[in-house]
Design a binder for this molecule. Sequence first.
Ligand SMILES: Nc1nc2c(c(=O)[nH]1)N[C@H]1C(S)=C(S)[C@@H](COP(=O)(O)O)O[C@H]1N2
Ligand SMILES: [Mo]
Length: 234
Amino acid sequence: MSVVAGEKVTHVGRRTVLGLGAAGIAGIVLGSRVQQAASGVLTKLSTSLGPLGALVPGADQFRIYTITGSIPQISTAAYRLSVDGMVGHPLRLSLDDLRTRFPRTRLTHKFQCVTGWIVPDVHWEGVLLSDVLKEAVPRGRASALRFFSGDGVYTESLTLTQAHLPDVLVADRMIGDDVTPEHGGPVRLYVAPMYGYKSIKWLERITVTDEVVPGYWEQWGYPVNGWIGGVAQQ
Ligand SMILES: Nc1nc2c(c(=O)[nH]1)N[C@H]1C(S)=C(S)[C@@H](COP(=O)(O)O)O[C@H]1N2
Ligand SMILES: [Mo]
């Protein structure tokens, strides 16, 4: 089957397509373990879990999404997270900086995609986005954040207030392992109270701004304030 993802047409055996109705855009879903094995893209996930895979909560229930049709391979040595824009101290953090300069934070929470699938009790680990921001020191009329992915296309947004919630993580570990390339490693965002599309994968750059710029799916109609259940808070 052929799937059009951005400019690319990819052939990867059996596959589910995330249709977006009005937008008419197809995102790629690499679904079940069977499909993952068939595609060959995700064998690392399967093999790294080995026979214990079934015992790791949630490990086999995620669908792997990538709007570009590929899985960026970012080496842990070369990885950098930039924080720039309206800040007093722009940052450029290696994975080691991220792991040693900030308090480690763990939480267990479901992961829920707006299309309906939910993975309960996922273990997440990393640093609080608010701790990173504390070091960058937002200044002036700073009120929002833009997030950029190493895939070169996907973007996300949060207000500065949302970014300070105690369950918004810059995550380098999930489901009992370092975040794999398929799940957006070495580092992805995890916004626990919001739908999965807010949790940008291959997080590379955070820009502090004075206005919310809607993220990738938000330009196609998903709510910018993606609270799970659509709770009316800002
Ligand atoms: N860079 C990037 N981040 C992304 C996406 C994507 O396609 N590209 N999909 C989003 C959506 S809609 C969901 S539900 C989750 C899926 O995370 P997973 O692929 O680890 O299951 O990633 C989010 N972050
Ligand atoms: Mo999603």
